[in-house]
Ligand binder design. Structure first.
Ligand SMILES: [Zn+2]
Ligand SMILES: [Zn+2]
Length: 473
């Protein structure tokens, strides 16, 4: 994955190479009521290309035609490798709903005055920041915790991508309504035990759990990614880091990388560029890779519901029907990317911007058992980008808010015995009286398991883990 895009990579030639630091403005995609809205000015590699930022200016706009101009003097030299400068912003008054922020940076480089809108990425038209000021906190059951299970920090920093500082992720998490964040930087960026321990110390902030996205070898000896949360020590894995092009062989097999850890398969069916397959020896997780190793779950919802989500979910269902009790995980694989996702489209040639891997958008929600999240295998769990959907005490509960829309569908899937085993689908009857809240008695009957999915009018989605007995009493 290639995120907060890097424009200083010029081997052999790059149309994207710039003798300027990367400059960009980022802010959370949503803000909970009562929370402030942090906005950051980010500069990378200003140690090589120093800039003097004079001011930031622009305007807020919303759908009811309100427009609020602002001007913020900065008057500051930027000359470090990384800057995450929090801007002193007031959110608009009575701000609920969607707001657009057009934002400009006025800076000087080598005596020349320049202005960029949102960022200075070459050949990438500026996108405004879009921020959803929620009317209510995102719904979840009482006493449960919502978390990000796959994101990168500034400890992922190489020739093509970089992430946000742990302190930035911590503040952004609070704004978007997360209770915990697993920081999963690449093993090939963490490099060694020393750097891993430094990242752990840096991430020792409330809400943050330091982990790792380990590159390891699947059954075809291709590099696949494994998520480990809260590991004591660094786990080696440099195969597809791009720094060791003469040897892209995985250092450890999946089994060796897991060792005694609780581990989850990251993006099992990720869509990749042919160059990643050929030059970095990247591969996919197969059914055997998942079921013959000691995997606790699979993160097939990796920021958005594209082909990899559906193929990953099929793989998960196939495992469930064969009796492998794997958990579904939802994460975003964001590298910074608080508002939208900027990345390399064609290496050395073009960049892109979309909303596929935004920090905190897809969440994994688990009961709070008083321990550090994911220090044990969660007993119950659902994944969502909006509504809550969970089994408890023999019932299925669904809850949404005005921010995320009414329910369009709530569907039950039962694992059934057959030759081969199969899933049976039942649509729940939803009238429109209790539009935002439902509960249903769901007997397990003779099913192998029961699981549920729901969809809302705002295109938001949630799904539960598979429940095997007494519907999580
Ligand atoms: Zn990955
Ligand atoms: Zn990742």
């Amino acid at each position: 994955m290639l995120h907060y895009a890097e424009t200083h990579f010029r081997f052999p030639v790059s149309r994207l190479y710039r003798r300027e630091p990367v400059i960009l403005i980022d802010a959370p995609f949503q803000v909970c009521p009562e929370e402030s809205c942090p906005i950051w000015l980010i500069a990378r590699k200003a140690n090589l290309f120093a800039i003097y930022v004079e001011e930031i200016y622009g305007q807020w706009k919303n759908a009811s035609g309100k427009s609020i101009p602002f001007k913020l003097p900065i008057e500051k030299q930027f000359d470090k490798k990384f800057h995450f400068e929090e801007l002193n912003f007031e959110k608009p008054e009575n701000s609920s709903g969607l707001w657009m922020l057009n934002i400009f940076v006025k800076y000087k480089i080598k005596g020349r005055e320049k202005i960029c809108e949102r960022w200075n990425y070459p050949f990438l038209p500026p996108e405004p920041l879009i921020i959803n000021f929620l009317k209510e906190a995102p719904p979840k059951p009482e006493g449960w915790l919502a978390g990000e299970t796959h994101c990168h920090s500034s400890y992922t920093s190489d020739s093509v991508e970089f992430g946000a500082a742990p302190a930035v992720l911590q503040k952004a998490a609070k704004a978007v309504g997360l209770n915990f964040v697993c920081i999963t930087d690449h093993s090939y960026d963490l490099m060694n035990e020393k750097k891993f321990q430094k990242m752990k110390a840096d991430a020792a902030l409330p809400l943050l759990i330091a982990g790792e996205e380990v590159s390891c070898g699947n059954s075809k000896n291709q590099n696949v990614h494994l998520l480990v949360f809260g590991n004591e020590n660094y786990i080696e894995g440099h195969g597809d880091g791009g720094r060791r092009w003469w040897n892209t062989k995985p250092d450890l097999s999946i089994r060796e990388a897991i060792g005694k850890h609780l581990a989850y398969a990251a993006h099992p069916k990720l869509q990749m560029l042919p160059v990643e397959k050929i030059l970095l020896r990247r591969g996919h997780w197969s059914y055997e890779d998942l079921t013959e190793n000691n995997i606790c779950g699979i993160e097939f919802w990796n920021g958005f519901r594209g082909r990899d989500f559906y193929e990953g979910r099929d793989l998960w269902i196939k495992s469930l029907l064969a009796g492998h009790k794997l958990l579904p995980l939802g994460g975003n694989d964001s590298h910074g990317d608080l508002n939208d996702y900027t990345a390399v489209k064609q290496p050395l040639w073009s960049l892109k911007c979309n909303s596929e891997h935004v920090f905190g958008q897809v969440r994994t929600v688990i009961p709070n058992n008083g321990k550090i999240p994911f220090s044990e295998i969660p007993k119950n769990l659902y994944i969502t980008d909006g509504p809550a959907l969970w089994f408890e005490n023999g019932k299925l509960y669904a809850k949404s808010t005005e921010d995320f829309g009414k329910f369009l569908s709530i569907t039950i899937f039962r694992g059934c015995e057959g030759k081969p085993n199969f899933e049976k689908k039942e649509e729940m009857k939803i009238g429109d009286f209790y539009e935002f809240e439902f509960d249903f008695e769901i007997p397990l009957n003779n099913s192998l398991y029961v699981r549920a999915e729901c969809e809302t009018t705002c295109g938001k989605f949630a799904m539960t883990m598979a429940i095997y007995s007494s519907l999580a009493a």
